[in-house]
Write a protein that binds this ligand. Structure first.
Ligand SMILES: NC(=O)c1ccc[n+]([C@@H]2O[C@H](COP(=O)([O-])OP(=O)(O)OC[C@H]3O[C@@H](n4cnc5c(N)ncnc54)[C@H](O)[C@@H]3O)[C@@H](O)[C@H]2O)c1
Length: 424
């Protein structure tokens, strides 16, 4: 028997999920408020620059029943999955408007026995305190509700939506069971049923704060060791030989994307309301948010050696996306680096092969021709694999390697000043 599924929000997590459901021969409605996205998906074009998604959306052409009108979709679906964004506002406070709006739409048309799953990342308590009361406005009592946080890592070829284990927590046992059955039917990985919904909400937030804190820790070590003339990469290499209790994390220009820099704020705020002050999480955020400034400072330090000033310096920034080989610029530290450079009145040239619309330069060669100094912010393959000889040919005088991904010895051997994050 075919089951109609509605997926609300066709972004980095909703779209691959919709494609997977189609692959599993399910009837899929896809809802999104972004008309441009809907139109592209309708034509079999992925609005997201990702090789897997491009292929998957092409294959599903016409089969995801995309719409802006939610009524028909919600009425006809036995499973509704919410994949809308959960950002923070300018004051780092959770913005649950997209989630609330999506739930309002569901409550208008939900039918009995429908299973509603929230995949968006939320703070503990959101499902029971915010989602459930909205759905209850529908006057339909017998629906099921659970949280199954998405753990997808865009660009990761080894761990994909199909094989990442899923954690589930429902508002009651039946909701958890039904949700587990649904995911078992579409993915090939362990499904872990937790005893309650808050535990599932907290699981995702803890995973992401764990990462933020560890990155902050290694960024701090990188800054400290830099002053002591110790190479952080060598230290990480050494520590990684310990067969237990050490997990390598790497320093860099900053943390970006829609998850790691945002999710800690969800917990910080929620805990504050319950009277708990998350000092560790706040400090990690502060350290990671300082990394774009630190990166520009590294350039200024090298400029001083050449008796040059940042004002008027021709600086080429490599990368705008928040991580390698993706087009996502949300919370990207590169945007901050560019802003700081402009504030300091540098002449800034920017190129990202995945983010052409925000680049003011067409390709790497042109960027090198125009720049005297380079800051690499995103370790896209195109940058990691660049022909380093071109740096010399184009008379580049300083390279700041914000991802420690270039061959520093080769660069220095050409007489170019090099500084990475904790590496010089
Ligand atoms: N991007 C990731 O790597 C990732 C990984 C795991 C979890 N998450 C979580 O998943 C959620 C979604 O993230 P994303 O990266 O897919 O976001 P996204 O911005 O790429 O996609 C969300 C989509 O929802 C649409 N939308 C917003 N409000 C809507 C509404 N009321 N009705 C219908 N559509 C609506 C937007 O137009 C957008 O297309 C977030 O909570 C995020 O924290 C993201």
């Amino acid at each position: 028997m075919k089951t109609s599924i509605t997926i609300i929000g066709l972004g980095y997590i909703g779209l691959p999920l919709a494609c997977l459901c189609i692959e599993k021969n399910l009837d899929v409605y896809g809802l999104d408020i972004d008309k441009n996205k809907v139109s592209l998906i309708q034509q079999g074009i992925s609005p997201i620059e990702d090789p897997y998604l491009k292929e998957a959306v092409k294959k599903t052409k016409g089969r995801i029943k995309v719409a802006y009108d939610s009524k028909e979709a919600i009425k006809n679906s036995s499973v509704i999955i919410v994949c809308v964004p959960t950002p923070v506002d300018n004051n780092h406070l959770p913005n649950l408007k997209p989630l609330k709006n999506a739930c309002e739409e569901i409550s208008k048309s939900i039918q009995k026995d429908t299973l509603v799953i929230i995949e968006s990342t939320i703070f503990p308590g959101t499902v029971e305190e915010i989602v459930l009361p909205i759905l209850e406005k529908s006057n339909i009592n017998n629906f099921y509700l659970a949280h199954c946080p998405e753990r997808i890592d865009p660009g990761n070829k080894k761990f994909t939506i199909k094989n990442i284990p899923r954690v589930i927590g429902g508002i009651n046992k039946e909701s958890t069971k039904k949700t587990a059955e649904f995911y078992k039917s579409i993915i090939d990985a362990d499904i872990i049923e937790l005893s309650n919904v808050k535990a599932a909400e907290a699981t995702k937030i803890m995973e992401n704060t764990f990462r933020d804190i560890n990155i902050a820790f290694i960024n701090e070590m990188a800054k400290s060791f830099d002053k002591a003339g110790i190479d952080i990469l060598e230290v990480i290499k050494g520590a990684s030989t310990k067969p237990f209790a050490f997990m390598p994390h790497y320093p860099g220009t900053g943390v970006g994307g829609h998850c790691i820099p945002i999710d800690p704020y969800y917990l910080i705020e929620r805990a504050k309301q319950s009277g708990f002050d998350h000092q560790f999480l706040s400090l990690a955020r502060k350290i990671n948010e300082s990394m774009p400034d630190y990166t520009v400072e590294l350039l200024e330090n090298e400029l001083k050696k050449l008796e040059k000033s940042i004002k008027g310096a021709k600086v080429g920034v490599l990368g705008i996306a928040y991580k390698a080989n993706v087009d996502d610029t949300r919370e990207s530290p590169a945007l901050k680096v560019i802003e700081i450079l402009k504030e300091k009145e540098a002449e800034v040239f920017v190129f990202d092969p995945y983010v052409k619309k925000l680049s003011n330069i067409n390709n790497l060669d042109e960027l090198m021709q125009k720049s005297d100094y380079i800051i690499l912010v995103t370790d896209h393959n195109e940058f990691k694999d660049m022909d380093l000889k071109k740096l010399k040919e184009n008379n580049i005088k300083i390279v700041i390697d914000g991802r420690n991904c270039l061959d520093k010895e080769k660069i220095k051997a050409m007489g170019i000043l090099y500084h990475g994050i904790g590496v010089s």
